[in-house]
Design a protein around this ligand. Structure first.
Ligand code: NAP
Length: 495
């Protein structure tokens, strides 16, 4: 099949789902899957099938690795300034097409348009940030302690990278990997989530338009991600796996990568505590809780999953949060006034309902929400629960939905112990007017990212990632993100 860039033909506003699902993107060509099969893409707001993307096989996986390997020698030798300018054009094009991309994300993912707009801006920023990083890759030069030789350390592209992304941020989770990989001089194969592949294909065409050479980025969808990924990891040309998704899949991929000793970066699940002390600014804490809980309707790895509120402020906070949650406009993601879109699938709604019913059975009180509506679309109402006990399933599992479970606490030591009582360690939030306490609690929390008096941590300029079973490695930040895609090469030189 010939290359047919969807953007050039669809214009800035219209979404042409046939063009967006025209083929696998391998070596700069749009091609049918060798299986001849397709995967349906469903609009979660309506449950209607909007497109069908190719279902790639192991043969297609091999073709993608070959294409990425073929493009690799030239791309790694492309001058950093040239790589940087191409990445900068990706940023510019994404920004120019922001509205169309946001509409596409809202349609296939269901998130409210305002969240999708935020995602596009965040996703594009990874290209701008990494265009600046591409020309700042430096090495080291020193004298060995013995004086016998010089120690020269060069940082070189790691090689062909396999990137696997989830459905909750279809643009940003991909650009957070592609931009630093390309900046470092690597070529990549992206396997986006089956639920939201159209954004990945739309962006592939955009990268080509921005000047990314053919074969440097390849995008394939498959219904058999396990064997598909295993086949690529077994190919000696693949040297990096960067995965964002659930902890359970991350564990199995780490085991698979171990067979070929492939370098791994893992951005996995979260179970973020949101802690409000008595001395917090109530209005600011409520604003922050709404962002930390309801960005993406709660479908975020950084989402506040357990809200701990000190006794003195507890009732006012619970009342205020319930008022705000109940007032949210629930509706189809792409509607202009929607504030809380549908969940990604029916299964996701059932999981949230299971966790809420479990909490209620264990004594939690419903302040608002909790009833699954009838009708089309995978909707779940914004819900606030109080008195959620430590034994509730939702205190240990990601809710990944618009449910705010509030638990009362008395002392700083008690809340730190509760916050850390989880296998996860991604984000944490603390609200207090006492700067000393904020820093003291931050020092004790087991998390990769801590927000003090803020409901948002994500920033391409800061290292994003988790401790414990929330992951390995960091994305973004000064040197952190790009260094995942480089290896140190040490040269001992006597002269
Ligand atoms: P998931 O089920 O783990 O899927 C993530 C990706 O992995 C998808 O592309 C999926 O493909 C693929 N996959 C599934 N099984 C696989 C296998 N055996 N081998 C290789 N790939 C496989 O996660 P999700 O439900 O899409 O996303 C939600 C999870 O992602 C949550 O746990 C959330 O916390 C986490 N997340 C973490 C971050 C972070 O930065 N730490 C960011 C966003 C999300 P299919 O779609 O085809 O199944």
């Amino acid at each position: 099949m010939n290359a047919r860039p969807p953007f050039a033909q669809t214009g800035a506003q219209a979404l042409d789902f046939d063009l967006l699902s025209q083929g696998l993107y391998v070596g700069g060509q749009w091609r049918a899957a060798s299986s001849g099969r397709t995967i349906d893409v469903v609009d979660p707001s309506t449950e209607s099938v909007i497109a069908a993307v190719p279902d790639a096989t192991l043969e297609d996986a091999a073709a993608a690795v070959a294409a990425a390997a073929l493009a690799a020698p030239r791309w790694r030798k492309t001058p950093p300034r040239e790589r940087s300018e191409i990445l900068r054009r990706c940023y510019t094009l994404m920004t120019e097409r922001a509205e169309m991309l946001a509409l596409l994300i809202s349609t296939e993912n269901g998130k409210a348009l305002r969240d999708a707009r935020g995602e596009v801006a965040y996703a594009a920023e990874f290209f701008r940030w990494n265009s600046e990083e591409a020309v700042r890759i430096t090495g080291e030069f020193g004298t060995a302690p013995s004086g016998a030789n010089r120690i020269i350390v060069d940082y070189v592209p790691i090689g062909v990278c396999v990137l696997i992304t989830p459905w909750n941020f279809p643009a940003a989770m991909a650009t957070r990997k592609i931009a630093p990989a390309l900046a470092a001089g690597c070529t990549v194969i992206l396997k986006p989530a089956s639920e939201t592949p159209l954004t990945a294909y739309a962006l592939a065409a955009l990268y080509e338009e921005a000047g990314v050479p053919l074969g440097v980025v390849n995008v394939l969808t498959t219904s058999e991600p396990g064997p598909f990924t295993a086949a690529m990891l077994a190919d000696p040309r693949v040297r990096k796996l960067s995965f964002t998704g659930s902890t359970s899949v991350g564990r199995s991929l780490l085991a698979e990568a171990a067979k070929s000793v492939v370098s791994c970066a893992m951005e996995l699940g979260g179970n973020a505590p949101f802690i409000v002390f008595d001395d917090a600014d109530l209005g600011a804490a409520l604003d922050g809780a709404m962002i930390a809980k309801m960005r993406n309707a709660g479908e975020a790895c950084t989402a506040a999953n357990r809200i701990y509120v000190q006794s003195g402020i507890h009732d006012a906070f619970a009342r205020g949060l319930a008022e705000r949650m109940a007032a949210l406009k629930v509706g189809p993601g792409a509607n202009a006034d929607t504030e809380c879109g549908p969940m990604i699938t029916r299964k996701a709604v059932q999981k949230i309902d299971r966790l809420v019913q479990d909490a209620i059975e264990r004594g939690a009180q419903v302040v608002c929400g909790s009833a699954v509506p009838d009708g089309k679309g995978f909707f779940y109402p914004p819900t606030v629960l109080t008195d959620v006990p430590a034994g509730a399933l939702m205190a240990h599992e990601e809710i990944f939905g618009p449910v705010a479970p509030i638990t009362r606490f008395e002392t700083e030591a008690e809340v730190i112990a509760r916050a850390n009582d989880t296998e996860y360690g991604l984000a944490s939030y603390v609200y207090t007017r006492d700067v000393g306490r904020g820093m003291r609690v931050a020092a004790e929390l087991e998390a990769g990212m801590i927000a003090i008096n803020r409901g948002l941590v994500s920033d391409p300029a800061a290292p994003f990632g988790g401790v414990k079973q929330s992951g390995l490695g960091r994305e973004g930040g000064q040197h952190h993100g790009i260094s995942e895609y480089m290896e140190a090469k040490y040269i001992a030189a006597t002269f």
